[in-house]
Design a protein around this ligand. Structure first.
Ligand SMILES: Nc1ncnc2c1ncn2[C@@H]1O[C@H](COP(=O)(O)OP(=O)(O)OP(=O)(O)O)[C@@H](O)[C@H]1O
Ligand SMILES: [Mg+2]
Length: 313
C-alpha cells in the first residue's frame, strides 16, 4: 500500500480509542463538559449499562448555534488558546477531543440553547458525520444523547463487559463527580430507576451520607488545613470504618477526582498504628493547589506533596 494521510474520520476513530473506552468514559467527558459549562444541575441517565443509551442534561451555558459543528472537530476547544494557558487551566477539559472522539464511535443527538438565543438547536451526528441541524424549542443548557456506543467498531464493543458491570462503572464515576462538586446537584438514573440524587447545597458530608450511608457519615473527622500553596478540606473516617481495599479513598485536586500514590501513601502512613495492616481508610479530601505548580496535562501525580502526618489522624 502506498503511504497516505488518513482521513479525519479514521483519525478520530483511532483517537477515540484513547479517550473513550467504555460508557463510563462517555459519561465522564460529557459530565465534565457540563461542569465546565458552569451547570448547577446535571442529570445522567443510562440504559443497558450506557451501551445503548446515555443522556446527560445540564443547565449550563449552552453552545452557540454557529459553533456546534466546530465543537465536534478534533482539537477544537473554547477552554484554552495556547500552551501558556495550560499553566493556569481551571476547566476539567482542555484537549478539545472528547466530542470528536465520542461522535466517531456512536450516534449523538445534541439539544442546546444559550441564554442569549431565542430558540434551541437540535444537532445529530453519527459516526462523525453530521446528519441534521434544526431549530427547536429547548430550555437553557445542553442535553447530549449518545446511542449505540461502538456500533461501528464491533471489536471495541466486544471488549465491553455486561450491562450490569458497565452500569457499575458509571455509578462509581457519578459518585466521584458528586463528591468532587458538592455545589452541583447530580441525579443518576439507571434503567429508569433513580440511583443517586445530591441537592447541590455544597455539603460534602450530605453527599457522603447519600453515597456511603449513615455508618460512615457518623464516623468522620473533619479536615481543614492550609499552607501557603495548598488548602485541604474534607473528611476522613475514624479507624473503625476502614475496609479491605482502597475504594473508600477519594482524593480531589482542584475539583478533579485523581489517583495519586503520593497522597495515598501519605494518608495511609498517617493511619499506621491506628488501623490494621491491609485495611484502608475512608477519605474524601479536596486539595486546592495553586494551578501553576501542577501539570494537569500529564497527570497531577508528579507534584511534590508533603503533609505533616499528625495533621490527619
Ligand atoms: N455541555 C456543554 N455545555 C456548553 N458547551 C459545551 C458542552 N459540551 C461541550 N461544549 C463545548 O464544546 C467544546 C468541545 O468539547 P470537548 O469535550 O470536545 O473539548 P474540551 O472539553 O474543550 O476538551 P477535552 O477534550 O479535554 O474534554 C468545549 O470546549 C465547549 O466549548
Ligand atoms: Mg470536554
Amino acid at each position: 500500500m502506498p503511504i497516505q494521510i488518513l482521513d479525519q474520520n479514521t483519525i478520530n476513530k483511532i483517537a477515540a480509542g484513547e479517550v473513550i473506552e467504555r460508557p463510563a468514559s462517555v459519561v465522564k467527558e460529557l459530565a465534565e463538559n457540563a461542569i465546565d459549562a458552569m451547570a448547577t444541575a446535571v442529570t445522567i441517565e443510562i440504559k443497558d449499562g450506557g451501551i445503548s443509551f446515555i443522556r446527560i442534561t445540564d443547565n449550563g451555558c449552552g453552545i452557540d448555534k454557529g459553533e456546534i459543528p466546530m465543537a465536534f472537530l478534533r482539537h477544537s476547544t473554547s477552554k484554552i488558546k495556547s500552551v501558556e494557558d495550560l499553566m493556569c487551566v481551571r476547566s476539567l477539559g482542555f484537549r478539545g477531543e472528547a466530542l470528536s472522539s465520542i461522535a466517531a464511535v456512536a450516534q449523538i443527538e445534541l439539544i442546546t440553547k444559550t441564554k442569549e438565543a431565542f430558540t434551541g438547536v437540535r444537532y445529530v451526528i453519527e459516526g462523525g458525520k453530521e446528519q441534521n441541524m434544526e431549530d427547536i424549542g429547548a430550555p437553557d443548557g445542553t442535553t447530549f444523547i449518545v446511542r449505540n456506543l461502538f456500533y461501528n467498531t464491533p471489536v471495541r464493543r466486544k471488549f465491553l463487559k455486561t450491562a450490569t458491570t458497565e452500569a457499575g462503572y458509571v455509578s462509581a464515576l457519578v459518585e466521584h463527580l458528586a463528591f468532587s462538586h458538592p455545589e452541583i446537584s447530580f441525579r443518576f438514573i439507571n434503567n429508569g430507576q433513580n440511583k443517586l440524587y445530591t441537592s447541590g447545597n455544597g455539603s460534602l458530608k450530605d453527599i457522603i451520607y447519600h453515597v456511603n450511608g449513615r455508618d460512615i457519615a457518623t464516623n468522620l473527622l473533619e479536615v481543614s488545613a492550609k499552607t501557603q500553596d495548598i488548602q485541604i478540606s474534607g473528611f476522613i473516617g475514624k479507624p473503625m470504618i476502614s475496609r479491605g481495599n482502597r475504594t473508600y479513598e477519594n482524593y480531589f485536586i482542584n475539583g478533579r477526582y485523581i489517583k495519586s500514590n503520593i497522597i495515598t501513601r501519605a494518608i495511609e502512613e498517617g493511619y499506621k498504628g491506628y488501623i490494621m495492616q491491609h485495611q484502608y481508610p475512608f477519605t474524601a479530601l479536596h486539595f486546592t493547589i495553586e494551578q501553576s505548580i501542577i501539570d494537569v496535562n500529564v497527570h497531577p501525580t508528579k507534584m511534590e506533596l508533603r503533609f505533616s502526618q499528625n495533621e490527619f489522624v
